[in-house]
Design a protein around this ligand. Structure first.
Ligand SMILES: [Zn+2]
Length: 278
């Protein structure tokens, strides 16, 4: 549905306003209610859901002036209060604005090692936590992949999945804590929930991706992890693995080769795989 049409249908958003028209932001309107925005001086993609009763943010940007700019931009679109801030994981570029929004009255929902918390208070929930918005339902699933506290966030009606840093465009797997097991468990969940029309939002880089891109990333990640496992099983040293030509070739399927970044990411992958196998 086009933005103007949706604004006519729903008076909650003032006609003619969208993030596109505001300075300081790159944005994409995914559905009637859901936007992804990025401040021009930050690389974190932020989800903004403007519902009929309230607004929900995902990983709002860090830094006082960024926070104020985002709040002012939202105020130009809606008068609905920011009720929830959802964190895809605990790294500071995703959670650094939490206290700012708590002061505005928002409830922070995050995962701490598989258990969901609201404003740091444990909430009784099973493996999945759901928020009913009236216009949509958000399901939050905990994972251990990039960190010990990743969350896959699924907007059922908006057909959108936020994956945080567990899937990044054009780079190697970043499953620093969960290793290959954690990486594939969250990818498989996203692929199960997604169809060809689903918007998949990664936390950095381009605002959205499609299911086919995630499937292709899974194939490349399978080659990456299998080769590292094969070389490790041969008893090769880390240096020997770093010099393996086949692994270098696989890495080029993700991004152009750069020795420093390749070495760093292979070492992190080996470390995570060893930790997970203990
Ligand atoms: Zn990040």
């Amino acid at each position: 549905m086009s933005f103007l049409l949706s604004a006519v249908c729903w008076a909650g958003i003032a006609a003619g306003n969208s993030f596109q028209q505001l300075a300081n932001f790159t944005s994409q309107q995914l559905t009637e209610h859901l936007f992804v925005v990025k401040s021009n001086n930050s690389n974190t993609n932020v989800g903004v859901y403007i519902g009929e009763a309230y607004t929900v943010l995902i990983d709002p940007v860090v830094g006082k002036s960024n926070n104020e700019k985002l709040v002012n931009a939202i105020k130009k679109i809606t008068t609905k209060p920011i009720k929830y801030v959802l964190n895809t994981h605990s790294h500071r570029d995703h959670t650094g604005a939490n206290s700012f929004y708590m002061e505005l009255g928002a409830t922070i929902i995050s995962n701490k090692n598989g258990i969901f918390h609201e404003n740091n208070t444990r909430i009784t929930t099973d493996k999945k936590h759901s928020l009913e918005l009236g216009t949509d339902t958000i399901d939050l699933y905990p994972f251990i992949s990039h960190t010990a506290d990743d969350v896959l966030i699924h907007f059922r009606n908006s057909n959108t999945i936020f994956m945080g840093d567990t899937y990044m465009h054009k780079t190697y797997p970043h499953a620093y804590v969960g290793g290959s097991k954690g990486q594939f468990s969250i990818i498989n969940k996203a692929l199960l929930l997604a169809n060809e029309s689903t918007n998949i939002v990664t936390a950095h880089g381009r605002l959205t991706a499609q299911k086919s891109e995630l499937s292709s990333f899974k194939q490349k990640a399978t080659l990456w992890y299998s080769k590292i496992a094969e070389l490790s099983a041969q008893g090769l040293s880390v240096d020997a693995i770093l010099n393996n030509e086949e692994l270098k070739e696989i890495s080029k399927k993700f991004r152009p080769f750069s020795v420093g970044f390749f070495n760093q990411q292979v070492k992190k992958t080996i470390k995570a795989e060893q930790a997970m196998s203990k």
